[in-house]
Design a protein around this ligand. Structure first.
Ligand code: PLP
Ligand code: ZN
Length: 413
């Protein structure tokens, strides 16, 4: 007996065994993991979870993995900050931030990757791969190193140097493509077809991969004393993250681990690449775009794989979406750092800027208990941010020089 029955089509419900497969042979719909909920209900409890490891693997009963031989760098179980300062500044009574910048490779992508690479090893894959806007690349390369599996990473060549430096350290095979993420993803999908024994984490084993992001909901609920928030705000690129977080809350409610998952869900996408946000705001279909123009490279996906589902999750929940400009994204990065001591990259800036806009538009009620998912680390985007900081002026190491500078600092405050 296992808690996983296999895979199931999200569109027509056709069922498949748990293999390396992402698309339905009947209708070409995307597949998702099909769990045995009766079995899980019998085996799961809050107490069991609370005794588990301080990582995503405390929720193993709700992840599609057999056994306990995890490819684990320690992703997850990050602090849910009660963001009183930022909440006050924005006029929100109860604001929380789940800080994902502290994961092993400094983004939420370690969660999905730990699950996908564990699954890849279970399937006996001879290599792993991904198409990435930058963060997934480091997560896959690092988990590949840990698992002893070669990694093939497809990225747009224009992403931040900091991200290329970080991923290179883990020694993967990097294929930098002239073009957008969507071009890199197309090429990676072609290569995946030619190498069925390789597991591409966000392509061929995508149904398992997206399950990892449910742990963001599990951790939030657990740290809120087994309660759901009233509203959450998440960044949008492919849309998978936002859908998975909502699914995580729904599963906890289905199992009786929280009372209800009646949560409003809102998303944020940079104005220069906002196909999902536009679809939500104009209540129309998600229309893929080719011209991407934003500093938030990690969110620059013009043809979002889960866009249709993300739009529906948002609108069905009574949530909304925001599309901040690059200037608003930069301002939000510094706002978050100055108020809460958390330094995020432009993806996190987009989410915080989106939160601010949604509050200003009256889409988030000041009384709602709101959670914001800050998904990446500012140190990875230094090439973007360095132009926006004031370089300190060097002085001679004398008290007189210090006093001169101190006067200037006081005047500037
Ligand atoms: C830091 C960060 N946040 C959010 C996202 C969005 O994730 P998704 O593509 O699942 O919507 C990404 C995607 O690469 C990311 O790197
Ligand atoms: Zn189908």
């Amino acid at each position: 007996m296992s808690h996983v029955i296999g895979l199931k089509c999200r569109e027509c419900g056709a069922e498949y065994p748990a293999n390396i497969q992402n698309t339905c042979y009947e209708c070409f719909g995307p597949l998702e993991v099909n769990y045995d909920w009766e079995y899980i209900k019998e085996h799961i409890s809050r107490e069991k979870i609370e005794k588990g490891p301080n990582s995503i693997w405390r929720y193993a009963d709700l992840l599609p993995v057999e056994g306990t031989d995890y490819v684990d760098l320690g992703a997850g179980f990050n602090k849910l900050h009660h963001a009183r300062n930022l909440g006050k500044e924005l006029g929100l009574k109860e604001l929380y931030i789940l800080d994902e910048s502290v994961n092993p490779t400094n983004s939420f992508k370690d969660r999905v990757t730990s699950v996908a690479v564990t699954k890849a090893r279970e399937f006996g894959a001879t290599a792993i791969g991904c198409a990435s806007t930058g963060n997934l690349a480091s997560a896959v390369a690092a988990h590949g190193a840990k698992a002893g599996l070669p990694a093939y990473i497809f990225i747009p060549s224009s992403i931040e140097l900091g991200k290329i430096t970080q991923m290179s350290a883990y020694n993967p095979n990097i294929i930098a493509v002239e073009g957008t993420y969507d071009d890199a993803n197309r090429l990676a999908s072609e290569v995946a077809d030619m190498h069925p024994d390789w597991a591409f984490v966000n392509i061929t084993v995508r149904p398992y991969y997206t399950e990892g992001s449910k742990t963001l909901a599990f951790e939030t609920a657990e740290q809120l004393g087994w309660q759901a928030p009233d509203h959450f705000v998440a960044p949008l690129a492919s849309g998978a993250l936002l859908c998975s977080i909502k699914r995580g809350y729904d599963e906890l409610a289905k199992l009786g681990l929280i009372d209800s998952s009646n949560i409003r869900v809102s998303g944020a996408q940079p104005l220069g690449c906002s196909p999902i946000s536009c679809a939500v705001r104009e209540d129309k279909e998600v229309i893929p775009i080719r011209e991407l123009n934003t500093i938030a490279h990690s969110l620059a996906i013009g043809n979002p794989a889960d866009g249709y589902y993300a739009k529906n999750v948002i609108l069905d929940s009574g949530g909304y979406a925001a599309s901040p400009t690059d200037d608003e994204i930069i301002d939000a990065i510094f706002l978050l750092a100055r108020t809460e001591g958390i330094f995020t990259e432009p993806a996190g800036g987009t989410t915080v800027a989106g939160l601010k806009k949604l509050v200003e538009e009256g889409r988030i009620d000041p009384d709602e208990r709101t959670v914001v998912y800050v998904t990446g680390n500012g140190l990875k985007a230094q090439d973007t941010l360095i132009q926006h900081i004031k370089m300190p002026q060097a002085i001679k190491p004398t008290f007189g020089e210090f006093e001169k500078q101190y006067e200037q600092l006081v005047v500037a405050q």
